[in-house]
Ligand binder design. Structure first.
Ligand SMILES: [Zn+2]
Ligand SMILES: [Zn+2]
Length: 449
């Protein structure tokens, strides 16, 4: 059974930390571009890849596989190559040209195979077919030559029965030989019976599906050839070549996908590439690390990274709100004392004063003894609270402010707001009156100066 991520119990784990003895998913590892091998969030040691997670088996992807060659780059390649192959017959040195053209086709097919095995589900660029195609073609011919010679020799010297068996084995092995060749790029390694057996053994029965597939494909190509024979036209050969190359690309893509699917058994490691797993930025990795640390109960370590992320992305309101929630949840009074002033200023700056009053209430609910030191902050919260019809908080914050902060520069606006708040309660009429007189005196002093 597959292991699951320690922090995401519904996710199949893709990495294992031998030091912490934990399994985690792609999300819960430090895969920043400075780490060639992803590292553990807890101990920072390099992790062991434990496979690509859930991979759809290739027999469920037949529909997508037949659409695979329909991408622009491979369509252009198929059509271009088919036209060239049709013309080549009329050129001098036709055989050499054919070898080179088929070589490019074969080279491109091999690239499709290894590209898919690496997790890319779209065809490679055409440039993959330019260089080295001729050599690959010669290798392919050589491989066919070697295997037929062996078959012929067995047939001649050991009898027809054994010869038949060897011929059958060679036919069965050919997909394995091609797969090994696409991955190792070494003719002798791909022809080695040990490697062939190893590949078949790792894949198991589904290997037979690929063989069945090759049979069906050659069958349908034969049908197309017959159809063309019935309806002859000058575009015949182009069409025939195009269909053949199309099938060959689908087939190599399927073989590559087989390697991708059975990668752990084949000692190969790849991930599904594409839009969905673009490299994460350092911020996203840090946030994933925070989440893992919190789940481990390592609140101080999480707080250090969280604080750093907030100061790096100070204008990100959602992040600030998240950090505020985190500090409230962990009742971190010390951090709140330094964070809250910045946070509330940020809320005001971004036009979310409505959140100030609510956040302050939540803060007091969690930490009833929380005290504000800065009179400007008290005024900011009071104003926001008054706008939310919360006169009580205004009175609590501003009552006696002239004694606590005699030097406060915005005293008159603060007292004016306090008077407005007191006006909501008839029983505080006297206090309001007193503050009015105070403002009056202050104005007088000001005008006398
Ligand atoms: Zn996870
Ligand atoms: Zn670890």
């Amino acid at each position: 059974m597959d292991q699951t991520c320690k922090y995401h119990p519904l996710e199949t784990s893709t990495y294992y930390c031998p030091d912490c003895e934990t399994n985690c998913c792609d999300h819960c590892v430090d895969d920043s571009r400075y780490n060639p091998v992803p590292r553990c969030f807890q101990c920072n040691h390099e992790l062991e890849a434990s496979g690509p997670g859930n991979i759809e088996p290739f027999w469920r992807r037949l529909q997508q596989s037949f659409k695979y060659p329909l991408a622009t780059q491979s369509l252009v390649f198929i059509l271009g190559l088919s036209v060239l192959c049709s013309i080549a017959l009329y050129l001098p040195f036709a055989l050499v040209i054919y070898l080179a053209l088929f070589g490019s086709g074969f080279k491109y097919c091999l690239s499709c195979l290894s590209h898919t095995a690496d997790g890319y589900m779209t065809p490679p660029e055409i440039t993959e077919a330019y260089v080295g195609g001729f050599k690959k073609m010669l290798v392919l011919i050589l491989m066919v030559f070697i295997t037929s010679t062996v078959t012929y020799a067995v047939d001649k010297y050991l009898g027809a029965a054994l010869g038949g068996v060897v011929a059958l084995l060679v036919t069965l092995s050919f997909p394995a030989i091609i797969i090994n060749y696409a991955i190792s790029d070494n003719m002798f390694e791909s022809l080695s019976p040990a490697n062939i057996l190893n590949l078949m053994n790792s894949i198991g029965l589904p290997y037979g599906l690929i063989l069945a597939f090759i049979l069906i494909m050659s069958g349908s190509i034969a049908v197309v050839y017959q159809l063309v024979a019935w309806v002859p036209s000058s575009l015949d050969s182009v069409f025939l070549y195009a269909v053949t190359f199309y099938y060959l690309i689908v087939l190599h893509h399927l073989m590559g996908y087989m390697v991708f699917q059975y990668q752990s058994a084949l000692g190969y490691s790849a991930r599904l590439q594409g839009e969905s797993n673009k490299r994460r930025g350092s911020h996203q990795i840090a946030m994933a690390k925070i989440s893992a640390l919190i789940k481990e109960g390592e609140f101080n370590a999480a707080n250090i990274i969280f604080k750093e992320q907030v100061s790096l992305n100070n204008d990100q309101l959602a992040l600030n709100m998240q950090y505020f929630d985190y500090l409230l949840a962990t009742r971190n009074a010390d951090e709140l004392a330094t964070f809250v002033p910045n946070y509330f200023l940020q809320l005001e700056k971004q036009g979310r004063s409505d959140l100030i009053s609510r956040s302050y209430k939540r803060l007091l609910h969690k930490l009833p003894d929380f005290e504000l030191i800065d009179p400007a902050l008290k005024l900011l919260i009071s104003q926001a609270s008054f706008d939310q019809n919360d006169a009580k908080t205004v009175i609590k914050l501003l009552h006696g402010i002239h004694k606590k902060h005699p030097e406060f520069t915005a005293m008159i606006p603060a007292l004016t707001l306090l008077i407005d708040a007191l006006g909501e309660f008839p029983q505080y009429n006297k206090h309001a009156q007193a503050y009015r007189k105070m403002i009056h005196r202050m104005n007088k002093v000001d005008s006398n100066q």
